[in-house]
Design a binder for this molecule. Sequence first.
Ligand SMILES: [Mg+2]
Length: 221
Amino acid sequence: MKKSKLAIIFDFDNTLVKSSINFPAMKISMARHVKKHGIDFGKDEEVPRNYTAGNIIDEVKKYDKKNNTNLTEELWGMVEKFERLGMESITIDQDIYPMLEFLKEKGISTSILTNNSKKPTIEVLERYNITNYFDIVIAREDIEKMKPDKEGLITIIDKLSLNLDDVLFIGDSWVDGVAATNAKIRFVLIHKNALDPDKYNIKIWKHVKTIKELTELLRNC
Ligand SMILES: [Mg+2]
C-alpha cells in the first residue's frame, strides 16, 4: 500500500481517551507538599491556573540541586498516584475505532506523545486493544522535557523521519498548542470549547469538538 504523506501525533489524556485525572487537585497537593520547605507557588486556588505539573517539578528540581534534597522524587510519587486513580476510571469514545482503522487503512503514521508515565499509558492502550495502531508512544520518561516543550514532538518526527509540513499534532490543551507551535507543525485542537491562541501565543490550525469531527477532518486532509 502506498504510504500517505500525512502523519498524526496524538496527545493522550482527553484527546484519545477521557481520563479523569484530577489535575487541579494534583497540582495543589504538589505545591502544598513543598511549601514547608519554603517553596511557595502561591494560593491553593491559583496554583492550577498558574502552573503545569512540569513547571512545579522544574522549580523543585532547582531547590533539590541547591539543598541536596530529593523532593522531586516525592512529587513524582504523588503524580503517579493521581494518574493511577484517573486511569482506573478512564473511558473511551467508541468513534475512536473507525478513526484509527481509517488511519491504518490509509497508511498514515500515527503516534502518541503524553506527559503521563509509560506503563499506565500502555496498560490503557492494551485494555482497549488499540496498541497496534501506534508507531511510537513517547511518554515523559522517554524525554528530558515534557510538553509544553517541543522535545517530544521533535523526537517522534526524527525517529520516523517525518517532514514538518506533513505532521498534525492533535491535543486538547494549551500545552499541546505551545509544543506544536514551537515544533513548527500544525496543531488541531480537540475540545468542546475554543482556546484563545493569543493568550498562549499559539497557532491553532483547526478546532474540532469531537472524535467524529476529527475523523471527518482527517478524511479530507
Ligand atoms: Mg490532554
